[in-house]
Design a protein around this ligand. Structure first.
Ligand code: KIV
Length: 285
């Protein structure tokens, strides 16, 4: 007798996936949504199942963030994660989507040194892991990197405001761009657009500053803790699904409570094993 399902998961389409193939999201589609005034969503993803689920749910962009440092590898900051640790996660996500655009974060230390270093790292994410675009953090100092990548076929999303890779330089998790400092962010955003960036993440920026930036650039802005006026919004999936517990940044809205669901399921399994009610006849051969 043959097995009806693969023993450890098969990479098959998840429940709720639509049968009809959907069009691959490409950068001009993201731009067209801004131009039409349609706000879109981006989520992080670091593995096959979340990639399949978010792709089937119609999330246009999946970010394999360097936040994998915190959310996959258990570090306190995003700094320690390496290119070699992120590449397999990007490969898992890009191999699991049919529609979503897969954006790979360039880890700390893998692009700041020079445009050439940035190109070498970004090319690895595109060639070895199937990324469709890359993201890097920084303002005016990143203009040469963005120019180098975009002139050589690699789409770049920029990331300004609070940039977690610089948290020690910035003195911790702090809102950036309050008061007159908003002018600097507008200058950075317009320079990054001119350099060729196809979008800009605005992290922990006052809503009014993010509004100004969103109006000052023609490319989409993607907010995280940047208020309602951005062209798109991004959240880390473990935060918005309630897999992560404890103190949450103010900008996170929780749409599920996976930590409780999983704790209860684990406890129910352990209780069934202890009582002998699992496995039952239907789980046995
Ligand atoms: O790595 C990440 O998850 C990010 C988002 C917070 C935008 O950069």
């Amino acid at each position: 007798m043959t097995e009806q399902t693969a023993p450890y998961g098969s990479g098959a389409a998840p429940a709720g996936a639509t049968a009809a193939p959907r069009r691959r999201v490409r950068i001009p589609h993201l731009q067209a949504m801004k131009d039409r005034g349609e706000t879109w969503a981006m989520l992080t993803s670091y593995d096959m199942y979340t990639a399949q689920i978010f792709d089937a749910a119609g999330i246009p962009v999946l970010l394999v963030g360097d936040s994998a440092a915190n959310n996959v590898y258990g570090h306190a900051t995003s700094l320690p994660v390496t290119v070699d640790e992120l590449l397999p996660l990007v490969r898992a996500v890009s191999g699991s989507v049919s529609s979503s655009l897969v954006l790979a974060d360039l880890p700390f230390g893998s692009y700041q040194e020079s445009p050439e270093q940035a190109f070498r790292t970004a090319a690895r994410f595109m060639k070895e892991a199937g990324a469709h675009a890359v993201k890097l953090e920084g303002g005016l100092e990143m203009v040469p990197q963005v120019e180098k990548l975009t002139r050589n076929g690699i789409p770049v999303m920029a990331h300004i405001g609070f940039t977690p890779q610089s948290e020690h330089q910035l003195g911790g998790y702090r809102v950036q761009g309050r008061g007159e400092a908003a002018d600097d962010l507008v200058e950075q955003a317009t320079a990054l657009e001119a350099a060729g960036a196809f979008g800009i993440v605005l992290e922990m920026v006052p809503a009014e500053a993010a509004h100004r930036i969103t109006e000052a650039v023609t490319i989409p802005t993607v907010g995280i803790g940047a208020g309602p006026h951005c062209d798109a919004q991004v959240l880390v999936w473990q935060d918005m699904m309630g897999l992560r517990t404890g103190r949450m940044p103010r900008f996170v809205k929780q749409y599920a409570d996976l930590a409780t669901t999983m704790t209860e399921a684990a406890q129910a399994f352990a209780a069934d094993v202890a009582s002998g009610s699992f496995p039952a006849d239907e789980h046995s051969f």
